[in-house]
Design a protein around this ligand. Sequence first.
Ligand SMILES: [Zn+2]
Length: 129
Amino acid sequence: MSERRPLTEDEISYFKDLLLKRKKELWREVIETLEREGAEEYQDLIRTVKEEEDLALADIKEETLLGILEPKIRELEEIDQAILRIELGEYGRCIDCGKWLRIKRLEIMPWAARCRECQEKWEKLKALE
Ligand SMILES: [Zn+2]
């Protein structure tokens, strides 16, 4: 059993590092996908993505062009939210029940926003929609 407790500063900076690395990686994959799809109409978008990552997230969503990008974009949003929670001092706490997540869970999914129990409930609810 891995423990539930607030994270230390070292742990937070470790996870922040992981999140930022993963974010970079995902953006590279998004750009690669756009370039591979190659259509003329994406050229402006590719340029925007390269210049201004955060703004481009909204642009890409609006385009809703590539189903293949959707999981990556969702992950990017989860990462951005996790980084925001770090800034707010709420990182590692379940956004539904407020309990601390197990460190092990964060090691597997540094962007996890909910504890496992709440995540399962949430997914069931979402499946019903
Ligand atoms: Zn919870």
